[in-house]
Design a protein around this ligand. Structure first.
Ligand code: GAR
Length: 197
């Protein structure tokens, strides 16, 4: 059994896609051992609790400085004893110490085709705003291993999605999620759980 810790900051639709894929048998040999959020109000926490999954909050607001937050966050991850850490819409920069400790055991979903529209400042809706501003006709999503850079680690899976003439950032975000993110993130986890990567 692959022990997975999922880190989230917001709505948690990617977390939901992972849990649904597990129920549907599309992800096998996998157990979500903990969901961690930096944000107390994240709806993702409710999604975890509804499934009876251990849900924890480690918020930077509760710590005097970044180092203390980083230590507490890493402790919370370590306690879960994960084989794999999945960043599913997690908008916090990971402590370098943690990236080193869990080398090739952390994956992230990014809502664009890396190396386009990625790096510092490209997250959430901002990515889709930039895609529309540039006028590209194809976008998509990427699952990649996390290294010390921002969105620079080795790519595991990508899926392309069409940009349509009347798209707003919100409409495009929804299409990218439905057609790409919710497909390739569960797929990547299943591949890792079954020794295919
Ligand atoms: C997703 O679109 C994810 O790709 C993005 O945040 C959203 C979270 O949605 N992540 C990033 O932009 C990371 N750079 P969710 O909470 O509903 O899964």
């Amino acid at each position: 059994m692959l022990r997975v810790c999922v880190c989230v900051s917001g709505g948690g639709t990617n977390l939901q896609a992972i849990m649904d894929a597990m129920d549907a048998g599309k992800i096998t040999n996998t157990q979500i051992v903990r969901v961690i959020s930096n944000n107390k109000g994240a709806y993702a926490l409710e999604r975890a609790k509804n499934k009876g999954i251990d849900a924890a909050v480690v918020s930077p607001k509760d710590f005097a400085d970044r180092d203390l937050f980083n230590e507490a966050f890493l402790r919370c991850v370590d306690e879960a004893g994960p084989d794999l850490i999945v960043l599913a819409g997690f908008l916090v920069v990971l402590p370098p110490m943690m990236i080193k400790k869990y080398e090739r055991r952390i994956i992230n979903i990014h809502p664009a085709l890396i190396p386009s529209f990625c790096g510092k400042g490209y997250y959430g809706l901002k990515v889709h705003e930039a895609v529309l501003a540039r006028g590209v006709k194809i976008t998509g999503a990427t699952v990649h291993f996390v290294d010390e850079g921002t969105d620079t680690g080795p790519i595991i899976l990508q899926k392309a999605v069409e940009v349509l003439p009347d798209d707003t950032p919100q409409v495009l975000q929804q299409r990218v999620m439905e057609q790409a993110e919710w497909v390739i993130l569960p797929q990547a986890i299943n591949m890792i759980a079954n020794g295919k990567i």
